[in-house]
Write a protein that binds this ligand. Structure first.
Ligand SMILES: Nc1ncnc2c1ncn2[C@@H]1O[C@H](COP(=O)(O)OP(=O)(O)O)[C@@H](O)[C@H]1O
Ligand SMILES: [Mg+2]
Length: 343
């Protein structure tokens, strides 16, 4: 038995509930063999103790069956990520924010900003202090969706977020001139977002919601690491293409050890405003099946709905404008669910 042989064996062990192996997840840090003892150093950064136990037990099972006669010792030493002392300690950028949540999607146009805005308003309606950071480099749209047309004030040191419907907002759009299309590279995006975290008077917040740039490329990955997130919520439509991208999004966050809070299926079905009949425009059940396969919660199904669309276009999000609407209730349930699952 040598280190290479052990790594080869571990390469055949999949991350629990997942079709990729644990080596490619980067959780094996080192292997040291001393006579009849195999010491495996792990780097599992999830705060989920159950997941850590599960990973450890699949490793033990594999090693005991493939290397009989050896004693297997595991030690988990999660490496601190950028700006963090340990995975659970608060990062420097936003020390006064309890939970940082990314709303992400593999592709654009699936309703990521719509979900971010309505979720933020819903959390505020639950009495929580909420920040919303529009980090979508490709199309910062949150100011429009919240009906904000002013720019934040600058006191020479810091920017003050704009408050609307109880949500404190900052947007990359505030830093761009007009409709300039900006080509952002990973490090530049990260620096801009760091500024929106550090150089803004956020005050004490329970939640910070990040409307992330769509996609799963370098820019998104770098950003996800820099923000040191507490969880990610993935938005997908039921169409196959969107779903494939959603799974890529799940992969990306797992790679950097960010817990997946769940998938929100948006534009899930159409319910007729006249007769109430439900039509599954993009077929149905696909997202749920995929969620089961990759072991992720299906948080909600949001229908294709004209009032949701109008709310976005008019700067009056449905949750703020018509809180008693059944659609608004769905967003409120997501908010309750998330705040319960984190606290
Ligand atoms: N559930 C929905 N019902 C109707 N229209 C929606 C719904 N979700 C989003 N939209 C509309 O679809 C468009 C794209 O949504 P948006 O949130 O901007 O997507 P993304 O941020 O993923 O690019 C917007 O015009 C928005 O109002
Ligand atoms: Mg958007």
């Amino acid at each position: 038995m040598n280190k290479e042989k052990v790594l080869e064996l571990l390469k055949s062990v999949n991350y629990p509930g997942y079709s990729r192996d644990i080596i490619s997840f980067g959780i094996i840090k080192d292997v040291l063999i001393e006579e009849k003892v195999i010491n495996i150093e792990l780097d599992i950064r999830t705060a989920d103790e159950k997941m850590v136990k599960e990973i450890e037990s699949v490793i033990i099972d594999k090693m005991q069956s493939s290397a009989p006669g050896y004693d297997i010792q595991l030690v988990n030493k999660p490496a601190p990520t950028a700006g963090q002392g340990s995975p659970k300690s608060k990062p420097d950028y936003l020390p006064n924010v309890k939970y940082k949540i990314a709303v992400a999607s593999g592709k654009g146009g699936v309703g990521k900003s719509t979900v971010s805005v309505n979720l933020a308003v819903a959390l505020a309606q639950l009495g929580l202090k909420v920040g919303l950071l529009d980090a979508d480099i490709y199309g910062p749209s949150i100011p429009l969706m919240l009906g904000v047309d002013s720019k934040p004030e600058y006191d020479g040191k810091k920017l003050t977020p704009i408050t609307k419907y109880g949500v404190n907002l900052m947007s990359l759009g505030f830093l761009m001139e007009g409709d300039d299309a900006v080509i952002w590279r990973g490090p530049l995006v990260t620096r801009a977002i760091q500024q929106l975290m550090q150089d803004v008077n956020w005050g004490e917040l329970d939640f910070m919601i990040f409307d992330m740039p769509p996609g799963t490329g370098d820019a998104q990955l770098t950003l996800s690491q820099a923000i040191t997130l507490d969880g990610a919520l993935i938005v997908s439509t039921p169409q196959d293409v969107a779903l494939i991208d959603a799974v890529k999004g799940v992969n990306m966050f797992r790679k950097v050890n960010v817990p997946i809070l769940g998938i929100v299926e948006n534009m899930s079905y159409f319910s007729c405003p006249h007769c109430g009949e439900r039509t599954d425009i993009f077929s149905s059940g696909g997202v749920e099946r995929e969620c089961n396969r990759i072991n992720v919660n299906l948080l909600a199904e949001i229908p294709l709905d004209v009032q949701i669309r109008e709310g976005g276009d008019s700067g009056k999000p449905i949750v703020a404008n018509i809180p008693e609407n059944p659609r608004s209730k769905i967003f409120l349930e997501i908010a309750e669910n998330i705040s319960k699952s984190l606290s």
